[in-house]
Design a protein around this ligand. Structure first.
Ligand code: UD1
Ligand code: CA
Length: 451
């Protein structure tokens, strides 16, 4: 089976500079869901029809090696788009046609449609979804499963017979029939467009067998995204699906309605999500990890049995059994070992922390390599930026950095060294040494009374 995915429309109703099908939905562009569904349903050759500015779509789908692209410019309708994408189709091929703006389409549905098509001897199958009172969908007419016609919503006449069956925009054609039908289209309709929906009718009029595949599946699976409101609605639906899959696999969610989990996030069974978590991009949560409440993670790996509370993390790795938060901020390049503690109001950036290292509160560590078993006191900071360049700090295993210490990078704290509280450290402290850099205290007896 080959597939043609139409994505050259201008998406005017989005009022956006971004191509309609490139709008993100749970971390992936709308069209990627359609491509993945087609691939999973067995399409071994896919042509995506793009319009002006289609390079964004090409780049967005670059990870799929076996995709082909065709250009339709200007966009003169869905039939015209299909014609632009016909280049790789042979007469004997089976061709699935999908619209790039329907990300909720399921593999199950495409597989059922394919089986229906293969079991019969028709040259085209049009799908029809049950939806009384549908607004902007085209209406599908048939007699006992034999296709009659599709009438676009905008072309309906006051005396058009009522029907509860609408066109989701998913078709299967025999290659030769598709080519013949497309070559006979006209644009004699209210929008002066070449409608793909006319092709099955032209074939039927040619005496060929065209069937309708009816489904009563939830119409939301076939929503075409034309507006931001529809994008929000479809996203909510997809979010529900993603959350259900995780829960079915053994993830415990205290409040799935408040869990926003991107499609590519992996969560192991036995992980727990408290309310109010957003997991963006490619997060990976291991078993026994407990996340939240109110935690925003992006591209973060959380090890088994780690605990992350009320925190923000981006491109970070949190080791097994480590505790983060409440109110920690892990910025890109943070790699934290096992059984560490990164407590409240601690910010870590582009730094490695060895196992068992603790920074319990109010600290900043940036561009640093910190060993294991280090204690990093309250208010300690790395001074990693001199106004022009970033410099690294090294803190070796077992070192103790007291409270309110400034480590002026580049600088190194030796193995087991001790830095006294309140020190501004500009020179390396050797292993096992005490580094102290602060003024001695002087007390002036009776000073208050003399004033
Ligand atoms: C289309 C169907 C309608 C169906 C509905 C389902 C036609 C004529 N109408 O209407 O029967 O109920 O989808 O959602 O097919 N596209 C191009 N080039 C073009 C025009 C469109 O590639 O010249 C692409 C768009 O990028 C989009 C898809 O085709 O991904 C559908 O186009 P759209 O304008 O959204 O069609 P609808 O009006 O929704
Ligand atoms: Ca549409």
């Amino acid at each position: 089976m080959k597939a043609i995915i139409l994505a050259a429309g201008q998406g005017k109703r989005m009022h956006s500079d971004l191509q309609k099908v490139m709008h993100p939905m749970l971390g992936k562009p709308i069209i990627q869901y359609v491509v993945e569904a087609a691939l999973d349903a067995g399409a071994e050759d896919i042509t995506v029809v793009v319009g002006r500015g289609g390079d964004d779509i090409k780049n967005g789908l670059a990870r799929f090696k076996n995709l082909n692209f065709a250009v339709q410019d200007p966009p003169l309708g869905t039939g015209h788009a299909a014609q632009a994408g016909i280049g790789r189709i042979k007469d004997s091929d089976d061709v699935l046609i999908l619209y790039g703006d329907m990300p909720l389409v399921t593999v199950e549905f495409l597989t059922e449609l394919k089986n229906f098509y293969r079991a019969g001897s028709s040259e085209a199958v049009v799908s029809a979804v049950y939806r009384p009172d549908a607004r902007d969908f085209g209406r599908v007419y048939d007699k006992n499963g034999d296709f009659i016609e599709i009438v676009e919503f905008k072309d309906m006449k006051p005396d058009s017979p009522p029907t509860d069956w609408v066109n989701p925009g998913i078709y299967l054609f025999k290659g030769e029939a598709l080519k013949t039908g497309l070559s006979r289209m006209t644009n004699n309709n209210s929008q002066l467009e070449y409608y793909l929906t006319d092709v099955p009718k032209l074939l039927k009029d040619d005496g060929r067998v065209v069937k309708v595949f009816h489904t009563r599946e939830d119409i939301s699976a076939f929503t075409g995204i034309n507006t931001h409101a529809q994008l929000a609605e479809a996203t909510a639906h997809m979010r529900g699906r993603v959350n259900e899959l995780h829960m079915a696999a053994g993830v415990r969610m205290l409040d799935p309605a408040s869990a926003f989990i991107d499609s590519d996030t992996k969560i192991a069974p036995g992980a727990v999500l408290y309310p109010g978590c957003i997991l963006e991009g490619k997060c990976e949560i291991e078993s026994g990890a407990v996340i939240g409440p109110n935690t925003h993670m992006k591209d973060t790996v959380v090890g088994a049995n780690a605990r992350v509370r009320q925190s923000v993390t981006d491109n970070a790795k949190i080791g097994e059994g480590t505790e983060v938060g409440p109110f920690a901020y892990l910025r890109p390049g943070t790699v934290i070992g096992k059984n560490c503690r990164v407590g409240n109001f601690v910010e870590v950036k582009n730094s490695n922390l060895g196992d068992g290292t603790k920074m319990a509160h109010l600290a900043y560590i940036g561009d640093a390599d910190v060993g294991s078993g280090v204690n990093y006191g309250c208010g300690a900071i790395t001074v990693n930026y001199d106004g022009a360049k970033k410099h690294r700090t090294t803190i070796n295993d077992g070192a103790f950095v007291g409270s309110n210490v400034n480590l002026i990078a580049p600088v190194e704290i030796g193995l087991g060294a001790f830095v006294a509280a309140g020190s501004t450290i500009t020179d390396c402290v050797q292993a096992d040494a005490l580094g102290i850099a602060r003024q001695r205290q002087t007390n002036k007896p009776g000073w208050r009374k003399r004033k």
